[in-house]
Design a binder for this molecule. Sequence first.
Ligand code: URA
Length: 227
Amino acid sequence: MAEESDKVSQIAELNRKMLESSRCCPLGEARTNIVPGEGDPNAKIMFIGEGPGKNEDLQGRPFVGQAGQLLEQLLGEIGLTRDQVYIANVLKCRPPNNRDPLPQEVEACWPWLRQQIEIINPALIVLLGRFAMERFLPGMKISNVRGKVLRRSIPEIGMKVFMPTYHPAAALYHREWTNPLREDFKKIPRILDLLESGGQDSSMDAGTEWDTLEIGNKKQHEQGRLL
Ligand code: URA
């Protein structure tokens, strides 16, 4: 795991490798630019979206279109800028015509995302939309789990804390999702405070701070730890 002081150089090195690796999967053939991700490598929060759209492909930067504007607005409402968090995607290259990512594309890109998570080691990973959620919390339904906080062990990277929520682009399309998305963002500072103070167990006992999640009748504890 990277020391704080190493993270900037390790992310720079990883980005350099990504930029040099032209063709990990067929999406590399059609893209204009690879979109590695950006932000503060020492960030406590990492946002993971789906994949680059047209603007991101042209600029080589994540979330620079309309969805990015909404993301920045929501960050601003909780006192953050995009430079203070880390923003990445499950896919680093744009799928043609913004079609949904294919499972084999998600897996081909996984080593990049895995290394980003390992280096940054964020306290909280916010999963934007169902494709990001599916990579870490397979089989769950975004409308059931959005805004909930889950601790889950992920093969190759270990225990991580996640909050899935709607994708900003989906909220632009389904306007009625904007307020739920906003409410989820508003939880972020409190989640970070609790994680930093190591207070999740006592807040669980208090029974008020954390949503509980059940899949059928099976408590999430059985598959990972629930906050
Ligand atoms: N949608 C995403 O999922 N990622 C981006 O970078 C832009 C739009």
